[in-house]
Design a protein around this ligand. Sequence first.
Ligand code: DUC
Ligand code: ZN
Length: 462
Amino acid sequence: MPFDLVIHDGLLVTLSDTFQADLGITGGKIAAIGQKLHGEKTINARGLYVLPGAVDPHTHLEMPVGKTKSSDDWFTGTRAAAHGGTTTVIDFVETAPHQSLVDALAARRSLAENRAAIDFAFHMTLSNASRSTLDEIPAMIETGVTSFKVYTTYAGLRLTDSEFLKVLQAVSAHKGLVIVHSENDSIVKYFTQKLLDSGKLAPQYHPLSRPDIAEGEAVARILSLAEAVCAPVYIVHISSAKGAKAVAAAQLRGQNVLGETCTQYLLLTEAEYQRPGFEAAKFVCQPPLRKAEDCAALWAALGTGSIRTIGTDHCPFNFVGQKDMGSERFTEIPGGLPGIESRLALVYSYGVRKGLISLNQWVSLCCTNPAVIFGLYPRKGSLLPGADADIVLFDPKIKKTLSHTMLHENVDYTPYEGFQLQGYPVKTLLRGEVLIDGEKAINVAGKGKYLKCGLPRIRSTP
Ligand code: DUC
Ligand code: ZN
């Protein structure tokens, strides 16, 4: 029996191996890896890398922030992701005041259903540690939401240490995973107020309001709290050498901790905030961009395996009409950067091609590890027979200068304007169907399905 589709002669890249083979797909699943396979349809992938579809563990699509919301909706954001080789996103659910977790998940899920171009799963944000909230954790896990985000900063979201301990204990008792945005709230408030009091209101001052010690302190404290109750923990968007060092030290002590960083913290620096006028607002995100030494420390942590995933924290706001809500004071600028589409290509060009990580690490950091950690593996992030046939064909020869005009993100700029790329996705398949063929998106609307996450896999020892 021929396979439905055979991808011929590509160089298959997984987290551990790189080899030339044919890949047979039937019924939307990977059915075989071998030589001279026969398919009803075929794709010639000679000279191309064949990767598992990338999994972005950290996105914020149409996320309400103050009086606005992130500019990519579930359709435009996931279509852009598909153009860039990402076939699964893990986004967030936030509860409205007094809303139950179950209701918040249902509302968020209904925004994505029938619109998302790629598959999607959720982390649940916990903004309190009340008995009724914690009592909903088993129901969440049952419904496929097995990771729970907490914040150490932001009014309305921030948990105290004692609330955090309760959450850690409750989530780990049900074998879920707590994931943490770590910045010391008092340090942020202190420096923000000082800047505002002295009339320093321009976006150039944003990084001074959230120094790296705010991250270093919060990560170290969170890890101590997690150690106290023997709970695993995953630190999101690590931006600094201080944060990375705290994670590595805890791992050396034998603690079960996982770290994530994002493309922007690897490739952009605080020098961007020196741009003239209001341009610096394009780079306002929390935590802020850091120094070149921090980028180097993060690459090193990826190399040693102490940071396990690269996400995007994709949270786009238009420069005109949204970022300019903070033209009078930087604290009103909606925080977040676009990046859902360019992660795979940027990490390849600036990580693999520069020798900072291997080809196989690229696949593990961007595709496999997020799937493993958040309970989606081997269905996602894998080329194993039986896995969903989510596949990216990536041409390592293509050269491009990254520009906002070539991207499909619904936002009026890219923070990576002018970045030189060598290597770009040329086809993206979701469950065996070609979604993106070169520049063309093929009937992508609503192709994505809700994914129930299994229990997280959280052993951190590199
Ligand atoms: N930081 C951002 O910059 N955007 C979204 C959420 C966050 O923590
Ligand atoms: Zn985020």
